[in-house]
Write a protein that binds this ligand. Structure first.
Ligand code: ADP
Ligand code: MG
Length: 313
């Protein structure tokens, strides 16, 4: 993968091994820019960079998995805002030693996520260098009938919910997770969600973002936290669930009335389960902890903002 000829061959291969884009893409891969059809909905944009040695380790992940994850992280951001993915572009820097076949495997992973979640890859840039693999996905999304759900809308008394279960993601789930797009679309359609975020830095890292931006605090109930099977084997499953990160589950708040309706009507069988884990509270002093965790023995403590750290391998 060292010269322009192989780059050209790769782009040709990519173009042939993909599903044709929908009509909302007027000009696809191959020209200087992709052209998207006009829209009168709000357009959202996000970009995410995955670096070999920081976000993934090729000794522990296949190139297909890395490609899939690169798209899935941005798709999870779309879920967190309750918007519909539209199209993505990808910039890859391939190490010189990487073969054409390996570059294709990476793209198979990108394309798998693109197809599964209806978000065509409409362009990109391919370079090669004598350094590790990097992948940057930039994704556009469109708002649906409802406005995007922000982190800043949590209100006093809101119930706090999470989808799925938390912790232990680095054992493998972080490479193959399901972005919670279906769940977020149903939430935005049928409920008034006040604030939402996807959990990438762990509940202990991400709930404070909602609190900070909404100028509130939160109390969570330790016994209610859904701990994933992968975290159950940890020395401290609860801590793993709170701080491991890379869960890519949704964390959201809504009024107590809406919360009751949600618990009654949510299709637990066909979608990721939802669990009520706490409540939004008012800060009692300027230095109130953003999040307090309450244990079954009636003790409580401020939740430590450990979250997920880079260079974890
Ligand atoms: P330019 O020289 O104008 O940057 P390129 O030769 O880099 O064009 O790319 C040709 C076409 O292939 C463009 O439409 C570009 O968006 C697309 N492309 C390049 N690399 C990738 C990639 N890794 N994945 C998807 N599309 C790509
Ligand atoms: Mg280019």
């Amino acid at each position: 993968m060292t010269n322009q000829k192989s780059e050209f061959k790769l782009i040709e291969w990519i173009s042939q091994h993909r599903r044709p884009s929908p009509p909302s893409v007027e000009v696809d891969i191959g020209d200087d820019m992709a052209v998207l059809a006009p829209t009168n909905q709000r357009v959202l944009v996000t970009t995410d960079m995955l670096l070999e040695g920081v976000h993934f380790d090729l000794a522990r992940a296949t190139l297909q998995q890395v490609g899939y994850k690169a798209m899935a992280c941005s798709l999870s951001d779309c879920a967190a805002m309750a918007v519909k993915p539209w199209a993505a572009v990808v910039a890859v820097s391939l190490p010189h030693k990487m073969t054409m076949e390996q570059a294709q495997q990476l793209h198979q992973g990108l394309e798998k996520a693109a197809q599964r979640y209806d978000c065509p890859l409409v362009g990109g840039d391919t370079t090669s260098w004598s350094h590790p693999l990097t992948i940057t996905v930039t994704m556009l999304a469109r708002a649906t009938d409802t406005p995007p759900v922000l982190r800043s809308g949590a209100q006093l008394g809101d119930a706090v919910f999470v989808t799925g279960s938390l912790g232990g993601s680095l054992q493998g789930r972080h490479l193959e997770f399901t972005p919670r797009l279906k769940e977020s679309q149903l939430l935005a359609q049928d409920y008034q969600v006040h604030a939402m975020i996807d959990i990438s830095d762990g509940l202990a890292g991400d709930l404070p973002h909602i609190c900070n931006q909404s100028h509130v605090t939160a109390a969570i109930n330790a016994a209610a936290i859904p701990i994933s099977p992968a975290a159950q084997v940890d020395d401290n499953p609860l801590e793993a669930a709170l701080t491991d990160g890379e869960d890519f589950e949704l964390l959201f708040t809504l009024s107590p009335q809406q919360a009751d309706k949600l618990e009654k009507d949510w299709p637990q069988q066909s979608l990721a389960p939802i669990t009520r884990i706490g409540v939004i509270t008012a800060p009692t002093s300027p230095d109130s902890p953003l999040v307090t965790i309450h244990y079954e023995n009636r003790t409580s403590e401020p939740l430590k903002l450990k979250g997920w750290q880079h260079f974890h391998e």
